[in-house]
Design a protein around this ligand. Sequence first.
Ligand SMILES: C[S@@+](CC[C@H](N)C(=O)[O-])C[C@H]1O[C@@H](n2cnc3c(N)ncnc32)[C@H](O)[C@@H]1O
Length: 252
Amino acid sequence: MKKLNILLTSLAKRVIIYLAKILIFKGGSILLINGDCIKEMKKLSDKKENINCIIADIPYDEVSSLGAERAKYSGQLRKINKEKADVLTFSLDEMLKQMNNIKFDSAYIFVGINQIHKVYNFFKYELNKDYMCRLVTWHKTNPSPANGQHMFLSASEYIIFVKRRKTKFNGSCIHNVLNFPTCKSKLHPTEKPQKLLEFLIKTSTHENDVVLDFCMGSGSTGVACKSLNRKFIGIELDEKYFNVAKKRIEED
Ligand SMILES: C[S@@+](CC[C@H](N)C(=O)[O-])C[C@H]1O[C@@H](n2cnc3c(N)ncnc32)[C@H](O)[C@@H]1O
């Protein structure tokens, strides 16, 4: 009897932990998962989950991994600390494999300079599939003035846009340079502006379509989806950021 009680308690604990890691609300149209994107994307593709658009702002692996040492030797005037948010915890090959297993219509992958080549080539050349691919530049109209007297300002980030040939594109003759200011909120060290995400979502989806962000950070894509009546699946590994996203999307 005692053994059964212990078993039931540990089962109950597991159920509670499971529930804390997966959150479904807004009539099932928002699903937030605190977990590893590689494992969770595999589950989504096994379940043949319908995904219309992927928006993923993956860690660029540029700042945190080199940190103070690089700042000292590369002449940076200040150390940029992005905590764990900038550390890539999975291989790009595995990410691309899992993305390819999901049947999405279009995708926007925010990439660091060293990641552009691999992600672009995968969709453009390695897959024998019907993809169109374009490198898009986000021009930050209000860049940080840091080091401005020594160098060009760092006023751009890069997005690989991928689209199956016969799927929707709700724009016409849009330049591949998008002008949007950065956001000033401090919810996440690499937070992306809601207006930019809303623009991407409107360009590639319709109401009630499903958007997946497998590195959702503080949930900016989820907030944008909620405001535009798109369904949203968000995955985040870090519990702290997952809870920020959960609170933000619930309260928005
Ligand atoms: C560049 S940030 C995304 C920021 C987000 N766009 C926002 O506006 O808040 C990348 C996020 O990916 C998360 N991440 C890193 N490895 C992950 C993994 N294996 N699975 C899911 N998320 C991961 C990091 O914790 C980080 O929050």
